[in-house]
Design a protein around this ligand. Structure first.
Ligand code: FES
Length: 107
């Protein structure tokens, strides 16, 4: 596994999400309402829009365009219109840094 720093722990409060670009990939770095951290592909699988412009709450990120909610841990959509999962990546916290491994998708 090759983890790379994508942001700092102080960058996001619970319920917030931001877009980062690493190795040419756009990722949504999300902090759930319970404080847990998650890294997903930033592109909604239903349309070409950025999930990091949506809302994060209760284990999911909601696409702002048509309302599909993707599970932050599995990437699977919980409701239509999206039917395909987004890719989820391993994330860890270390010395105040948020690190993601884009070489080993979790799903
Ligand atoms: S573009 Fe995301 S649900 Fe349609």
């Amino acid at each position: 596994m090759t983890y790379q720093v994508v942001c700092q722990e102080t960058d996001l409060e619970p319920g917030e999400v931001e877009q980062v670009t690493i190795n040419g990939m756009d990722l949504a770095i999300a902090r759930d309402s319970d404080g847990s951290w998650h890294a997903l592909s930033d592109l909604c699988t239903h349309g070409n829009v950025s999930l990091s412009d949506g809302d994060v709450e209760d284990g999911g990120i909601e696409c702002w365009k048509h309302g599909s909610i993707f599970d932050l841990r599995t990437g699977k959509p919980r409701q239509l219109p999206a039917i395909h999962p987004v890719t989820v990546y391993a994330l860890k916290l270390e010395s105040g840094n948020v690190l993601v491994d884009t070489n080993s998708p979790l799903n």
